[in-house]
Design a protein around this ligand. Structure first.
Ligand SMILES: O=C[C@H](O)[C@H](O)[C@H](O)COP(=O)(O)O
Length: 220
């Protein structure tokens, strides 16, 4: 079994009857969704809130019941992936461009469980790609403001086209030679006009389930 699959499946064991569940995005959570679909088929009663259009589509295919923030403003648990994880459980997310809805869902959840393979464990975010969602209007000016904070920005494209998020924004994949305090960098970036959200997730994950060749390794 691959590392993403064992991590993804283990997280679903934490879901209980009656819960409102945040459904993350990505190739690791994919396995969580498959396992959750099986449990729902077997009688588990939950309501899911998806973090992307892709997850919405898959959840519907798997017949996982869905709800929304208007009906359920507080979630019991969220299961989501990550692009990088520090030992203090700070995350980088947004490799698939879903970071804004992912942060809205995670921050409204009582518990966030992250699922990842071993490659996602890192010692530092220095030089790591941090996706930053920006409004398309004047994105070049926003990029310049990020560069003034020390970031190297790269407008995300998909083939010849600029990548557009589910929220109709652009992504600036940005690296910093020295990230320093993750929460402080997040704050500084959020203060820039034009920045919608960043892929830095300090203080949100409660547990990280890492799939390894010898089974799962749980950090909490
Ligand atoms: O925007 C995408 C999300 O933040 C994903 O959860 C993250 O990129 C990890 O994805 P994967 O499990 O495919 O590596």
């Amino acid at each position: 079994m691959n590392q993403k699959q064992i991590a993804g499946e283990r997280a679903v064991e934490f879901i209980e009857d009656g819960m409102v569940v945040g459904l993350g995005t990505g190739s690791t959570v994919y396995f969580s969704l498959l396992a959750l679909g099986e449990r729902v088929k077997a009688g588990l009663q939950i309501q899911g809130i998806p973090t992307s259009e892709a997850t919405t589509k898959l959840a519907k295919q798997l017949q996982i019941p869905l709800t929304d923030f208007a009906a359920q403003p507080v979630l019991d648990i969220t299961i989501d992936g990550a692009d990088a994880v520090l030992p203090d459980l700070s995350l980088i997310k947004g490799g698939g461009g879903a970071l804004l809805r992912e942060k809205l869902v995670a921050s409204a959840s009582k518990k966030m469980i992250v699922v990842a393979d071993e490659s996602k464990q890192v010692a530092t975010f220095d030089h790591a790609v941090i996706p930053i969602e920006v409004v398309p209007f004047a994105w070049e000016t926003t990029a310049e403001r990020i560069r003034q904070l020390g970031g190297r920005t790269h407008l995300r494209c998909q083939g010849e086209q600029v990548f557009v998020t589910d929220n109709h924004n652009f992504i600036l994949d940005t690296t910093f030679a020295e990230v320093g305090d993750v929460a402080a960098l997040q704050q500084s970036l959020k203060l820039l006009t034009g920045v919608v959200e960043t892929g830095l997730f300090p203080n949100l994950a409660d547990m990280v389930i890492i799939g390894t060749t010898d089974g799962v390794h749980i950090l909490s």
